[in-house]
Design a protein around this ligand. Structure first.
Ligand code: E4P
Length: 223
């Protein structure tokens, strides 16, 4: 079976997101309340951000529900789900979040369980039929854990269930490559990390050499 790999951009900086979307370099956009706050946005900006990113070609647009109870999370999730077909509701991997995720999935909503830090949580999310789980590599490593091994184990647990790993907290292109080599299919990262994955100095130097050869050929013809 052919394997699909995807990059998502983890940002609410509309200029940075726009260039990646309109150049068709990422499949979609992921956000959470912290990411919104970093770009001076609030949950009130969610409808406008959705409309903008939909018009710029995002296939999937993730917003996180909020609230301290399952009922509050479900109420806030309704506004996200109603944005349109490309909306995916993020739910934190808490007791209340799992209950909200279960109800949302039963109602046909695409759900990502986020801030997944254990294999038990990964497995529980898959039993509910959520579309994605987001373990945080960088934060696992910050906590002194073997993030690559733990996320690889989560991937093995959910493989073939309809739940996929969409890895987050990826701080270098190497983080992405290591996880991809271990079977993880989907990745979300800051614009700078996505751009760094596309670029090497030697590729740029080779491209400059190719261009110089074209220019030399054109000027020879003119003589
Ligand atoms: C995703 O939802 C997380 O906010 C993000 O990936 C965390 O990245 P960080 O740990 O580098 O802040």
């Amino acid at each position: 079976m052919q394997r699909e790999l995807r990059f998502y951009v983890d940002s609410a900086n509309v200029d940075d997101v726009s260039t990646l979307l309109t150049d068709h370099l990422v499949h979609g956009v992921t956000t959470n309340p912290t990411i919104l706050e970093r770009s001076n946005r609030t949950v009130h900006d969610i409808p406008a951000l959705y409309a903008r990113w939909e018009s710029e070609g995002a296939e999937e647009i993730f917003f996180q529900t909020w609230g301290s109870t399952t009922d509050e999370m479900l109420q806030n999730a309704e506004g996200i789900r109603a944005l349109g077909e490309r909306a995916v509701v993020k739910v934190p991997a808490t007791r209340a979040g799992f209950a909200a995720a279960s109800t949302l999935v039963a109602a046909g909503t695409r759900v990502l369980v986020t801030a997944v830090y254990s294999q038990g949580q990964a497995l529980a999310a898959a039993t509910l039929g959520v579309r994605y789980i987001a373990p945080y590599l960088g934060r696992l490593k910050d906590a002194g854990r073997d993030g690559i091994a733990e996320i690889t184990a989560m991937q093995a647990l959910v493989a073939g269930t309809g739940t996929d790993v969409l890895a987050a907290s990826l701080r270098t292109p190497h983080d992405i490559v290591e996880l991809a080599a271990n079977g993880v299919p989907f990745f979300t990262a800051a614009p700078s990390v996505i751009l760094a994955a596309l670029q090497t100095d030697v590729s740029d130097a080779s491209a400059a050499e190719f261009d110089a050869a074209v220019q030399r050929g054109l000027s020879d013809r003119q003589e």
